[in-house]
Design a protein around this ligand. Structure first.
Ligand SMILES: [Zn+2]
Length: 275
């Protein structure tokens, strides 16, 4: 398939979820077959959005190169994967993209407003495993079966009474992503909040950019967008982490009790799968 990038620049500004620092993320079209990259304002080398550059996966996927780090890249990458954007430079004036409304929708809308363009002279080969791939880790289970398109079946199963077990099955297309996945917001449990803050995380978190799960209710600006918003957000994050393969994935993916660390480990297995 032809490689694609944006037709024009687009940007989203706001505050990082974990660092609490202001940031404008500018999506700049990439002329060459350079993949998805994050650029910091110090003029240093771009940080490629690839598995080998994952530095940590605590409450987000963080990339690093030569001691420089970008935090929480998965929502932007999820949009790129779903909209078929293969080459993009993300210029940031802070270490973490804006949390926006906690979902991927503001990024997707900015990219679509700029337009997605094929590069007629640049090809990209999707990764299409020829045999099933599986990962088990505690209660987490992932599998990928050969398929000609990308589909996700995500199971979210949480002991919290406000969460429980929900499932989402979806063929991933730009339309299905925009409708079913991109608007789903980040969530966190009230009981975890003090621990997150003590660990230096969620400093930019608010009810404007995250859903807060309390004992008997879920708080967020404007109320829930979906009855099963958390499983949809899990799908959003998984898609973003799978984008770290650097090429489109064609497979029927099933994922239960996902998290960023296992998402990344599963992507590493897929990278080495027979094709
Ligand atoms: Zn997320």
């Amino acid at each position: 398939m032809k490689r694609r990038t944006l037709k024009a620049e687009a940007s989203v500004a706001g505050t990082g979820l974990h660092t609490g620092l202001p940031c404008r993320a500018v999506f700049r079209p990439a002329e060459g077959p350079t993949g998805l990259r994050f650029l910091l304002p110090d003029g240093s080398a771009p940080i490629p959005a690839l598995l080998d550059h994952v530095a940590s996966t605590v409450r987000g996927t963080n990339l690093s190169l030569g001691g420089r780090k970008v935090h929480t890249v998965e929502h932007i990458l999820s949009c790129c994967a779903a909209l078929g954007v293969h080459d993009l430079d993300v210029l940031m004036d802070g270490p973490e993209p804006p949390a926006a409304d906690g979902s991927a929708l503001p990024f997707a809308e900015a990219m679509l407003a700029a337009g997605v363009a094929e590069k007629p002279d640049q090809e990209i080969s999707p990764l299409a495993p020829s045999a099933p791939v599986e990962l088990r880790d505690g209660g987490a289970f992932y599998s990928a079966a050969p398929a000609g398109t990308l589909s996700l079946r995500v199971v979210f199963d949480h002991p919290h009474p406000m969460l429980g077990r929900t499932e989402l099955s979806l063929d991933i297309t730009p339309d299905s992503f925009l409708r079913e996945i991109a608007p789903a917001r980040t969530f966190g449990l009230r009981e975890e909040l003090d621990g997150l803050k003590a660990a230096g995380l969620a400093k930019g978190g608010s009810l404007e950019n995250a859903m807060l799960v309390e004992k008997d209710r879920i708080l967020c600006a404007g109320g829930p967008r979906f009855a099963d918003e958390p499983v949809r957000h899990k799908a959003l994050d998984l898609l973003g982490d799978l984008a770290l393969l650097g090429v489109p994935l064609l497979a029927a993916v099933r994922a239960e009790r996902t998290g960023h660390r296992n998402n990344v480990d599963f992507a590493k297995l897929l990278r080495n799968a027979p094709r």
